[in-house]
Design a binder for this molecule. Structure first.
Ligand code: GDP
Ligand code: IMO
Ligand code: MG
Length: 422
């Protein structure tokens, strides 16, 4: 049995797309288990660059089958755009992509409410993709699922009921009538057949695949610190990116998961609002952003950058049960004379070596740093771990020892081939 979960262990954008693509070579079925088109997973193959929002990054290998699990919130229009983008690149999803009949649909009112909430209530800095409002409806038990598209009358009734509800909800922000049931029904039913060809009982498909010896790779979106339960609430997303979410988002039980690969960037980034203890506001931060091309793959927003945070990583490895680490973007540190790792925080008179869960504490902590000498060597063409500069090996070995978890992959460039197996 081989079921591997890929989980982001910071605030997203750790390089999950690149690692999933690399591992897809040795897997048969690649599955997205949560989130939606808020994700932006980049894969670079030679001169080609793909940004995937909903379709699993494993689709780029011809031998794979891809699944969008029940935990995902699906924007039908974005999905169809992505499928046609792939087709233009010669990649056909027909017969290779299955979508859970239970996946909830993002509706136009979800996106409108997402943007109205950002303007008028709590500013989270969301991607504006309607994610929170769609999960809100899922948990309120009035969501609309992919399978509902197969029953036009039932679908129409659900849209009408929801629109009535949403009109009350937005009345405090605007007197305009924002939603038109007939327009929504027309738009969605017009593409229903194109979507329903992908509909499947993915729970049975995945469990049968495992039984038949297929190797399954579960692709998390976002990151552990954006998790609705374990992240820096309320500055989080509305799903469960952590490894536990891989079970609830697919129907693969926890005892079938064999490997949990945690992705850590060699430094830290965050998009949107919320606390970020090691954030840099100086030339080093700007350098990480410009060399690391730290601009959002979904919204194009500039990412906040800072040094690696060890207590943060200890916490996220613990809650995910990470069994091996993929360390990405090591090459971005190649030209730094000094590189820092946060080993703990000062809070008033105290020293904290655990990631605080109290947001009031988290926003006031001052990081304590250990400084490492930079290796000042281009690592982007290195193929073997032994050939990395000694100082880079020391940096990695410090992380391995302190995180008590092996670093199995070191990524030294965006391209598929720029990977070192340790
Ligand atoms: P994801 O959301 O976790 O899949 O990450 P993103 O795709 O949003 O952001 C990661 C960015 O870093 C993308 O532009 C990748 O092409 C790029 N990338 C991934 N791994 C590496 C690496 O090891 N080195 C460099 N230089 N770029 C990388
Ligand atoms: P990938 O999969 C980084 C952030 C948003 C915002 C918060 C809530 O590419 O790593 P949402 O639209 O989900 O309600 O926004 O979560 N966020 C991400 N940050 N990478 C992502 O995905 C993200 N998806 C959401 O910036 O702070
Ligand atoms: Mg991303």
């Amino acid at each position: 049995m081989s079921v591997t979960v890929i989980v982001g262990c910071q605030w997203g954008d750790e390089g999950k797309g690149k690692i999933v693509d690399m591992l897809s070579n040795r897997h048969d079925v690649i599955v997205r288990y949560q989130g939606g088109a808020n994700a932006g997973h980049t894969v670079e193959i030679g001169e080609k660059k793909y940004i995937l929002h909903l379709v699993p990054s494993g689709i780029l290998w011809p031998h794979t089958t891809c699944v969008i699990g029940n935990g995902v919130v699906l924007d039908p229009i974005k999905l169809l755009e992505e499928i046609s983008m792939l087709r233009e690149h010669g990649i056909d999803c027909g017969g290779r992509l299955f979508i859970s009949e239970n996946a909830h649909l993002i509706m136009p009112y979800h996106k409108a409410i997402d943007s109205l909430s950002e303007k008028n209530t709590l500013k989270i800095g969301t991607t504006g993709r309607g994610i929170g409002p769609c999960y809100f409806d899922k948990f309120a038990r009035r969501g609309i699922r992919l399978q509902d598209l197969a029953y036009p009358e039932k679908f129409r009734q659900k849209v009408e009921d929801n629109v009535r509800e949403k009109e009350y909800q937005v009345a405090r922000f605007t007197s305009e009538k924002l939603f038109d049931t007939e327009e929504i029904v027309k738009t969605y039913l017009a593409v229903a057949d194109q979507l329903l060809v992908y509909k499947a009982n993915t729970v049975v498909y995945l469990n049968d695949s495992i039984k038949n010896g297929k190797r399954v790779l579960l692709e998390g979106a976002q990151g552990a610190l954006l998790d609705i339960d374990f992240g820096t609430y309320p500055y989080v997303t509305s799903s469960s990116p952590c490894s536990g979410g891989a079970s609830t988002g697919t129907g693969i039980s926890p005892n079938k998961i064999t490997t949990i690969n945690g992705i850590l960037k060699a430094y830290t980034t965050r998009v949107g609002e919320g606390p970020f203890p090691t954030e840099l506001f100086d030339a080093d931060g700007e350098k990480l952003r410009s060399i690391g091309r730290e601009y959002g793959a979904t919204t194009g927003r500039s990412r906040r950058c800072g040094w690696f945070d060890l207590p943060l990583a200890k916490y996220t490895l613990m809650i995910n049960g990470v069994t091996e680490i993929s360390l990405t973007k090591l090459d971005i540190l190649d030209s730094f004379e000094e590189i820092k790792i946060c080993t703990g925080y000062r809070f008033k008179e105290e020293f904290l070596d655990i990631f605080p869960s109290d947001p009031e504490v988290l926003k006031q902590v001052i990081p304590d740093y250990l400084t490492f000498p930079g290796w000042l060597t281009d690592t982007t063409a290195i193929e073997k771990f032994e050939d990395l500069p000694e100082k880079a090996k020391n940096y990695i070995s410090y992380l391995e020892q302190n995180l008590e978890t092996p670093v199995k992959y070191v990524s030294i460039g965006a391209r598929r081939d720029q990977i070192i197996i340790h």
